[in-house]
Write a protein that binds this ligand. Structure first.
Ligand SMILES: [Zn+2]
Length: 96
């Protein structure tokens, strides 16, 4: 459920979780009870699913302290590793 922000004139802002479109235009402040109007804020959309955000997060995490790996990565492809296993490729002309 989204969070809706309200601003009390005497206290700090407070947030209330309510169903989408069910937020009241004004709620009593939980501290003093004064009716507080709803404050309109920018939508706090989640960016956690995007690959760009994950890259930024992983870069930030490893900026001060590089990630320690327990083993080297997969072996790089060598020239001999490019041999095809498709039987149709045996019929292709070969260099002399
Ligand atoms: Zn208040």
């Amino acid at each position: 459920m989204p969070l809706y922000a309200y601003r009390c004139t005497d206290c700090l802002d407070f947030e209330v979780s309510a169903a989408m479109g069910e937020a009241a235009a004004s709620l009593p402040c939980p501290a003093c009870g004064i009716p507080s109007p709803r404050r309109f804020t920018a939508p706090n959309l989640s960016r956690a699913a995007s690959s760009a955000y994950r890259l930024i997060e992983s870069t930030k995490r490893s900026a001060a302290e590089p990630a320690v790996v327990s083993s080297p990565g997969p072996a790089p492809r060598t020239a001999g590793g490019n041999i095809t296993t498709n039987p149709l490729h045996r019929k292709l002309p070969r260099p002399d």
